[in-house]
Design a protein around this ligand. Structure first.
Ligand SMILES: NC(=O)C1=CN([C@@H]2O[C@H](COP(=O)(O)OP(=O)(O)OC[C@H]3O[C@@H](n4cnc5c(N)ncnc54)[C@H](O)[C@@H]3O)[C@@H](O)[C@H]2O)C=CC1
Ligand SMILES: Nc1nc(O)c(N)c(N[C@@H]2O[C@H](COP(=O)(O)O)[C@@H](O)[C@H]2O)n1
Length: 243
């Protein structure tokens, strides 16, 4: 199904927070942390339940962000629970789809049979990079594997992002979730260049999957957009040092 048209005022609103076209050599990609949350800071109604929070206006905004990024990163539980497409439907410019990156150290998720696979085979999405620990137990066609040492329990995002730039030439990556990944990145403001949060006018309640940083955080360069049912906050971290 086609997306709703992008609201005109979203273009100047988002412009200062988008990756620049500067392709000079950098150590890591431009990182945008972006997700949709409820008023009570939940990103889904319950663990493993795909939950629509965004209005059609802000859904289109997400695809506009996808249009502007080389990669899109999610954790394995989001891949397994949501079976997301992660392509770019903005103006049906599927060739602008970002490269999906799945953090799946123990290789529980499969590309074959997924929505991403269907879209790729239809020429409407890109094949994924799967981040694994040790040699992949199963190598799927068209998947690139980014292999970390067997000893790694959790990957350091600084190293991951540098490798995505150096080995795959990704100059910009948007991190979409889920909660585990978002909370990790909220603690690594030094790695996040832009924060784009959609706030839906809904409460999801105590069973919902919560996002919240371990410590308080201050933001700068804050701007708000008001839509029919959602708001979007764009910002940067004020003191992006690990505490
Ligand atoms: N509303 C929204 O914008 C979004 C909502 N969601 C929702 O989030 C929920 C899933 O969130 P979670 O359960 O928190 O899982 P998650 O999607 O954050 O995945 C967590 C898993 O990712 C891997 N991982 C994360 N960080 C890692 C690291 N540093 N190194 C190695 N592996 C790492 C691990 O396997 C970990 O168990 C789903 O219900 C989904 O619908 C997901 C994305 C966006
Ligand atoms: N922006 C946004 N709003 C919501 O309400 C959401 N539930 C999400 N979820 C994220 O989008 C992925 C689905 O992508 P496709 O539409 O299948 O391409 C989902 O896996 C979450 O990462 N995002």
């Amino acid at each position: 199904m086609s997306l709703a048209a992008l609201r005109d005022d979203l273009v100047p609103f988002l412009a200062p927070y988008l990756p620049s076209n500067d392709v000079s050599a950098k150590e890591r990609p431009f990182i945008t942390l972006t997700y949709a949350q409820s008023l009570d800071s939940r990103i889904s109604a319950a663990p493993g339940v795909r939950t629509a929070i965004s209005h059609s206006e802000t859904k289109t905004m997400t695809h506009y962000l996808r249009y502007h990024h080389d990669g899109i990163l999610i954790g394995s539980r989001t891949a397994l629970a949501d079976d997301p497409g992660l392509n770019c439907k903005f103006n049906d410019e599927f060739e602008k789809s970002p490269r999906p990156i799945i953090l799946d150290l123990s290789q529980k998720w499969r590309f074959q049979g997924s929505q991403m696979y269907t879209l790729y085979k239809q020429g409407r999405g890109k094949p994924p990079i799967v981040v694994v620990r040790g040699a992949p137990t199963l190598r799927e066609n068209d998947v690139d594997y980014l292999i970390f040492s067997q000893n790694e329990r959790y990957i350091d995002f600084e190293i991951l992002f540098s490798r995505l730039e150096a080995e795959f030439g990704l100059h910009s990556v948007m991190v979409e979730g889920g909660a585990f990944v978002i909370n990790e990145l909220l603690a690594r403001g030094d790695l996040v260049d832009s924060l784009v949060i959609t706030i839906g006018s809904v409460f999801l309640g105590k069973n919902g999957v919560e996002v919240s940083p371990a410590n308080s955080l201050e933001l700068k360069d804050i701007d708000w957009w008001n839509g029919t049912r959602d708001a979007i906050m764009c910002a940067r971290f004020l003191n992006p040092k690990i505490v």
